[in-house]
Design a protein around this ligand. Sequence first.
Ligand SMILES: [Zn+2]
Length: 347
Amino acid sequence: MSKPDVLFVLSIDTEEEWQWDEPFPESDFAVDNVKHLPLFQYQMEQLGIRPTYFVDYPVLDNPTSLEQFKQVIKHRQCEVGAHLHPWCNPPYFGTTTEFESHVVNLPREHVATKLDALIQKTQDTLGITPQSFRTGRWGINETIFELLVERGIWIDSSVYPMYDNDYFSCYDAPFVPYYPDFGLPNFAGQQRHLLELPVTVGFNRMDDETGRHLQTKAEKGIWHYCRANALLWHSKLLRKLYLSPELSSIDDMKSLVDNCLRQERPVIHMYLHSSSFLDNGTGFYLDKDAHKHILDSVTQVFEHLSQQANVTCATISEAAHLLGMQNQVSSRIHPLSASRQDIRMVS
Ligand SMILES: [Zn+2]
């Protein structure tokens, strides 16, 4: 049997480090983690992987991390996208609480001026105008989509399938690239100005929609009270998995990759945060050998994928181009797509 063709995208939220369980800092943070990125980029180049760095304002504003990041991009074997952390991206509009930390909760004018400052900073420091974007803390809405398109950004990766919180839900979002309906970001729509390229989330077994159906019952339905989620996980009957070295073991990521290939997904999209490179860092950290853990994870999963498929490595905008945009992407998402009329009928 011939191997399937698949694209491999690796994206890194490139940002400051701070104590994630403390208030959102406007300035009380560090950017030491960026010193790991030049070596990591070199290691990725040896593997042929073409990372996408979603870079936020503090990394570009600090002279030391800026110079370190310039080393990352010197061979132009990667892409620079934009990453908006509203609490440490000027202009400021007061204290950031949990509510304001989510971009989806901010007034249009606040998002617009912060985005403008971020894009301007990226142009001034790196000479690059970002084409791709990810919100800090995930989540997106119609206002943000419109502001991105107005600024020439045509790829978004703020959708985190099967995740929700008090302020937004990506729970039902497609697992594969799609043209979002701006008013209903979890559904495909008619617009062709912006492509959504979600990170890879899925299951160790079962087809995507059966897995989603059962997982939803286990997390949110009546089964929730029977602790079905834990039972499914520990028995390995069904595991919801994220393609990130921060959250998943190498073996789990391999089984996720295998299942994605069985589902004929066109893109495998791994992601992580730059702060995870720090030993004893913040967020998703390891006590020691964090950089080695990330490198080993990426390498082993990528090599496994390469044995199973014909892999083309791409930055996120290269992946969008290679997908052929309109035709291939929209046909791939057919099982999940719905017209606006259909969505209104069920909502
Ligand atoms: Zn972030």
